[in-house]
Design a protein around this ligand. Sequence first.
Ligand code: FAD
Ligand code: DLZ
Ligand code: SF4
Length: 508
Amino acid sequence: RPALALVLGDQLTPDLSALRAADRERDRVVMAEVASEATYVAHHPKKIALIFAAMRKFAARLREAGWQVDYTTLDDPENAGSIPGELLRRAEETGARQVIATRPGEWRLIAALEDLPLEVTLHEDDRFIASHATFDRWAKGRKSLRMEHFYREMRRATGLLMEGDAPAGGQWNYDHDNRKPPRDDLFLPEPLRFEPDETVAGALDLVEARFPDNFGALRPFAFATDPEQAEAALAHFLKEALPRFGDYQDAMLAGRRFLYHAVISAYLNIGLLDPLEVCRRAEAEWTAGRAPLNAVEGFVRQILGWREYVRGIYFREGPGYAARNDLGHKRDLPPLYWGAGTRMACLAEAVGQTREEAYAHHIQRLMVTGNFALLAGVDPAQVHEWYLAVYIDAFEWVEAPNTVGMSQFADGGLVASKPYVSSGAYIDRMSDYCGGCSYDVKTRVGEGACPFNLLYWRFLDRHRARFEGNPRMGAMYRTWERMDAGRRRAILEQADAFLARMEADETV
Ligand code: FAD
Ligand code: DLZ
Ligand code: SF4
């Protein structure tokens, strides 16, 4: 009897553990475009198209390599509608009783596979630099699980940017050189764009027909959908943008959607690029003298540090993580996140480009859309659902710790040592958004006051018991205390009035 080797839409890697464990002569590969995966959130159309196109190309390559692949398209009348359903249908067709799979990146799907009335073996997903055992060994017995400590361990373990036992250049982290505000005369490279080929065109037509109402523009579609294209996108980034990645990592400019970012997260997450290889390639740019250390270290830290760390957290914390709500926030996510319009230029920019590109860079996600949701006290589950839906790179193992943990502080400070909240001043310093806004970032209270300014103090005031004692927030509480009582009252009243207008669906 054959076994069924399952390959999911974000497991498009030729040496996937499930494929290594399967027998090319005897077993059958199962791949399926299914409604359940395409609708568990209302994914951005570009995300569905990327996954379907990349799945189709991957299946074709497996066949060329001699595998028997049972591939189900979304419009196949026999389609069972879910991954477990497709496995059961294929088991019946072939007489298989065994399923060989690589552990999915989401608890929901892990549970669904474990519940199958078939013999299911889940192999570790080893397309990461740290195994679960490595992460757990590091985490065990620690009072706090800070990324920076984990990252140093990973530098030592891989030898990346190391000179013997010491970090290259003498420091682990060069962030003090980074975080420069943008200049509007910057030369900005654009990410490489790929014209849709026949396979991509087929996926685009299918998505257009089946998901016409999802938030997001399907076309133009220019993402890489196979490893060669993803490699070209990486090479382009290393040459054109990496040297200035560090300096302008946190900068935001209206209409400049990608700045010096790599735009490779989706390729890493679906298996078209390998994380360790990407880090080594970036390191080689530094050794060859083509990129400075602050840029390369900053970039490597995102992948070797953050990406590996959030994955460790997601699997260590277990299935309940994404539902955490430690600050008890309950407000509904305002319709402006789904494109209903806003007078706040920063949010209009971030949401608008998300709709067009299925992409926003880290600081937009953290300090614009994330910051606003946290300040406004939005239910983190709804924030989580939004991020999981709208970004091309969103899979729960990476999205949930970033959203629920880092951005919304809903895990009680496991990932972030303090909440990522700021008034408008931060956005003004790091972007050119405020100049084109109908609010005034310099006004703290009264007519035209920037909503971030009002909501910032409201957040601190509301969560005083929780954060007053946090040494990194003490200075802000002291500033608040020093304001006269009348001014404080006015700020809180105006913040509430703003939220009431937002709840009443006024354009704010
Ligand atoms: P670059 O800025 O060029 O960074 C290079 C690579 O580093 C990225 O491709 C990515 O693989 C990795 N990386 C950087 N930051 C992080 C991070 N915080 N966590 C994990 N990997 C990181 N990233 C996702 O891949 N999927 C998500 O669903 C996702 N959701 C997020 C939600 C929120 C609220 C926040 C604040 C961040 C989220 N991130 C997510 C992290 C980060 O914003 C994206 O990885 C990054 O913007 C992708 O763009 P890029 O490839 O141009 O990254
Ligand atoms: C995201 C996604 C989508 C939209 N569609 C499919 C699909 O039709 N078939 C499939 O195998 N995988 C898809 N995926 C990716 C899965 O949702 C992903 O594997 C799990 O969420 C685990 O990360
Ligand atoms: Fe955003 Fe406030 Fe600046 Fe307007 S003034 S762009 S709302 S930070």
